[in-house]
Write a protein that binds this ligand. Structure first.
Ligand code: ACO
Length: 428
């Protein structure tokens, strides 16, 4: 098979190397295209554009394969825990027992946030969206740790910032939740593991220590693992793009949180529950809503359906659907929107509109039902996604810096006015 691609422009043939990834995927290296031909490529939404070479996550959208550092997502979801997966993503290999103990202990020592950060929380209106608070608070960490601002400091300093962010995010997330309720904040406890500590700060009370249900711990671990990375999606690309200007980790991840918020990305988990609630209140006629989703004159989209890359099934959605049944069963919860979700899925999967466009449930279709069963309010769902995605964002930022990638700066095809003469305002 050829390792050269030819592009013919005005009768002249130019050759470009074909690069093959370790999983066999092919790309044409066009880094010399403009220099050689004077042309650039145009690819709205970067549907065919590789922005980097990465060794973190592999996914095959046609076959429904997802692997972190070579390990299938199914194995990690079943056998691992979130902290171990975070280590794997950030450092490249599964930790030994000694490495995970050290990692956990370094994190445990950094879980408190500066008391002054609580003043920011006080300043937000009580109904402020948690994602707005999260992005600002994470960016604000860089003001408390000025040594983190130099993104090119030593590997030890970079690691210190990474540990700080991993340690403080659960505290920030649970403080945002408690603030939303108007309840007193609960501080971290060193005796707990990463996920249990987060649950303690979220559902604990000052008056008594609540018992942490192992079923809930397992469910949270699974959800966080499934969200931990997804290669060059909108938020990860944002983190890399912002980081490519040598911007610090806290600010780069804050930008990623903003990118995640939109309903076409991580905000879909909130949008799915709101959609299912609307359908329920409207009488539960799933056919009517399927028809609305198909109607091009109707702005309604079936939230939690479709994916830019998965065109067969989303392996995360398969695991989450099963986990959803298990958890609701174990917790003895009967959520009527689960029935509506299943009916919608069944109807959509046999409808030619969805079949032809290869639209399947994505990771967000069932995750909100689990979050709800665990007791989270709807506007916290995307924040939980961010908590899970953090190791992925860190790994992407670290890889980009370690590989010394150049600043991200796409080109454009200019289609605006050419020369115009300025006219004084009275004469316009
Ligand atoms: N409901 C109805 N129609 C849809 C949907 C949907 N959810 N998704 C795509 N389509 C249709 C489009 O209208 C388009 O139809 P056309 O070819 O007749 O014009 C076709 O399917 C292709 O859709 P695109 O928007 O071109 O696909 P793209 O890859 O750009 O978008 C996206 C992917 C954004 C995820 C889209 O499917 C969507 O909006 N889904 C709902 C939001 C959602 O669930 N987002 C979460 C994604 S997972 C994540 O980020 C964690």
């Amino acid at each position: 098979m050829s390792d050269i691609a030819e592009i013919k422009i005005d009768g002249k043939v130019y050759e470009f190397p074909i690069i093959t990834g370790t999983e066999g995927e092919k790309s044409i290296d066009i880094s010399k295209l403009r220099e050689l031909t004077g042309h650039i490529t145009l690819d709205l939404g970067y549907k065919n554009t590789g922005s980097t070479k990465s060794a973190i996550t592999f996914l095959d959208g046609e076959k429904g394969i997802l692997k972190y550092r070579g390990y299938p997502i199914e194995q990690l979801a079943e056998k691992s825990n979130f902290l171990e997966v975070a280590y794997l993503l950030i450092y490249g290999d599964l930790p030994t027992e000694e490495q995970i103990v050290t990692f956990q202990s370094k994190i445990t020592k950094q879980t408190l946030i500066h008391e002054d950060m609580k003043k920011f929380l006080d300043g937000y209106p009580s109904r402020a969206h948690p994602m707005a608070q999260l992005a600002s608070l994470v960016c604000s960490l860089s003001s408390f740790y000025p040594e983190s601002i130099n993104a090119n400091s030593s590997p030890e300093a970079m690691d210190h910032t990474i540990i700080k962010l991993l340690a403080k995010l659960p505290t920030i997330v649970s403080f945002i939740y408690k603030k939303g309720l108007g309840h007193p904040l609960i501080y971290p406890k060193n005796k707990f593991d990463y996920v249990s500590n987060y649950l303690h700060m979220t559902f604990g009370q000052r008056t008594e220590e609540v018992e942490i249900d192992p079923v809930v711990v397992k469910a949270m671990n699974t959800l966080l693992i499934l969200h931990a990375d997804h290669e060059q999606n909108c938020s990860a690309s944002t983190v890399r793009m912002v980081g490519s200007s040598d911007c610090n980790l806290f600010a780069s991840v804050s930008a990623g949180i903003d990118a995640l918020w939109g309903p076409l990305h991580g905000g879909a988990n909130q949008a799915v529950i709101e959609m299912l609630e609307t359908i329920k209140e409207d009488g539960g006629d799933t056919e009517k809503w399927i028809n609305k989703a198909k109607d091009k004159n109707d702005p309604f989209r079936m939230m939690g359906f479709g994916h830019r890359v998965y065109k067969n099934f989303d392996p995360r959605a398969k695991i989450i659907k099963k986990a959803c049944d298990d958890i609701l069963d174990k917790l003895g919860i009967n959520d009527p929107v689960l029935e509506i979700a299943k009916k919608l899925e069944e109807a959509a999967l046999s409808d030619p509109y969805f079949v032809e466009r290869k639209l399947y449930p994505n990771v967000d279709f069932y995750s909100g039902i689990i979050y709800r069963a665990l007791g989270f309010p709807t506007d916290m769902f995307t924040v939980l996604f961010a908590l899970g995605r953090l190791p992925g964002w860190i790994a992407q930022w670290k890889e980009m810096h370690t590989n010394k990638e150049p600043i991200g700066r796409p080109r454009q095809v200019y289609v605006g006015h050419t020369n115009r003469e300025f006219v004084e305002i009275e004469q316009r």
